[in-house]
Design a protein around this ligand. Sequence first.
Ligand code: ADP
Ligand code: MG
Length: 699
Amino acid sequence: MDRISEIFGEKVFSDVVMKERLPEKAYEALHRHIEEGTELDGTTADVIATAMKNWAMEKGATHFTHWFQPMTGVTAEKHDSFMFPDKNGAIMTNFSGKELIKGEPDASSFPSGGIRATFEARGYTAWDPSSYVFIKGNTMCIPTVFCSYDGEALDKKTPLLLSMEALDRQAVRLMRIFGEEVSRVTTTVGPEQEYFLIPAELYKKRKDLRYCGRTLVGAKPPKTQELDDHYFGVIKTKVAEYMADLDNELWQLGIPASTEHNEVAPSQHELAPIFSTANIALDYNQLTMEMMKRVAERHGLRCLLHEKPFAGINGSGKHINWSIATEDGENLLKPGKDPVSNTRFLLLLSAVIKAVDDYQDLLRISVSGASNDHRLGGNEAPPAIISVFLGDDLLEVMEAVEEGKTSVPERERRMGLKAAVLPDIKKDTTDRNRTSPFAFTGSRFEFRMAGSRTAVSCPAYMLNTMVAESLRQFADALEGTEDVEKAARELVRETYSAHKRIVFNGDNYSAEWVREAESRGLLNLKTTVDALPYFTAEKNVELFEKHKVLTRLELEARQSILYEEYYKNVNIEALTLLDMVNRDIVPAVAAYIRELAETAAVKKDLIGADAVCRTEKKMISALSGLLDELHDKSSDLEWTLEEFDPDSDVRDAAEFFCRKVLPIMDEIREVVDELEKRVDAVRWPMPVYGDLLFSGGGQ
Ligand code: ADP
Ligand code: MG
């Protein structure tokens, strides 16, 4: 047996393991529970729990935890031991169906966006049986959802699961109208994950990386990515060892990590898994990010998952590849051999186009956050304007349909054929569509605005819900029509006409596109603070409530959490910057100025009053000027932070930090970067970009 199949899924209580270890009745009851939502009775739950526990203990696990995804950037777990001594000193086991199904962590230390204040501090975790139990370290982890005492979702997974159900309901309706008996339609997601690797000892010397995950200052080194020599370049030994070790860990967890390559920026890399059902992709991706960091430490490296760790150098994204499929795995976004006559495909495609147009604001919100704002609109990531790339082939098809044609002329028709062949359409269009935030890539959409740290869930639940709404409208319109084919084609035509303003095949980075988008009436929500008010717009509340994904209260809570997260992050950055400026940078520059002055004085002592000290004088004058400027600006930042009223409403707080604090931070950075270029390298109080990016990790 080869290495992968030997270790793959070794630490997962997978379907194969369940089949092997569970009595047939329990195994079947569990499947009915997962697929049809039937209740799992107490006895069966106990049987499953015991089998799980025995399996985990055989693999060396001593503890178990409900593993969940609160509204922070990380996952949460509280470990309990499988065994405990009773009063007579005998060892008792502590894991039954009850512990498997439900947990009661204290919710008060997790963000709730005000929900907690109005209800109880207690929260519940509930087993998500559609995602497999796995072992991490010595702990058996049970994937769960997390909600408040009254059932409001307090995590990232709940809305995703509900949105998958919403999409399933509407897609199945539509499939039946087309005479196809499918019992379930699922969402598939494959997230490509970008990251930086830098030497750990250098990371430790940067307060900004330690506290904020990104550099707050740092001048551009003489070389970065201009030669494009890193992208797909040969992977260096140290990094190759890291990647092999990481693959090993991920495979044991059953995570199908498949491709790894260097990215555009020096020290930047990418990992892509084979896609899976959306909620499993979410779990896998969260685990992948955790493992990336952990394995890096073992190799003397640090893995940076921040969206924009280095100014002027490409940031890291997470391309969320998204599609819908039947339970048998038939991808419903495959155009087929002749897309122009594939009405069902065209209808699904139009449903996505319409959804993206109707809910541009939601997609923008799904990738919001102070850190990703630095990336969106930079010349490496899609801008904050949402548009859909179809590629020339499909664009021609849609335009032909809009004109009422059922075929496209021979030339286009042949091109249309290519759409059925994934590698061709990708090869042909990759270069042209790299700038698009939302691109059709042959048999799926690729949402490229997500930042590297963004959990898959928010973009996915928003997409699912908004597409569910398009499908609902389509199903309502088509149900009961006599000639479904004809009515559906008419619907595609109308929908495309009404929403084609969102389709754009050109260069999304260009200034003309910004102007054109404006004239098309598309939203351009540049910052998180510009985007977040839309979260609770009436049309959006209506959407989520109609499809039973989130209630108004939950939406308001989520909005409030995002505002809070935003301003707190910027505040931490501002304080870190002040600390670095006041305690490290200013003293280093002042010391260097003194050294120069002393040099001049020594020269004068030695040679006399007419000693030439032109260089020292010029340098001292330039450095002193910059130092004064830095001092003025950092005082300005201090005063501004003092103006902040900690009791202000979260939205006002976010506005304050966005409009008042960030601009001063940018000004400070400019002065510091100028100083960095002029101060003695030995005296500069932290490793510079050149050290971080070209000294080992990735180069
Ligand atoms: P590229 O770099 O050209 O975008 P990659 O091969 O690196 O392509 O990544 C493509 C990602 O898309 C992979 O994670 C893959 O599993 C995923 N993917 C492929 N087909 C689907 C699908 N039908 N649904 C969701 N994700 C998909
Ligand atoms: Mg990609």
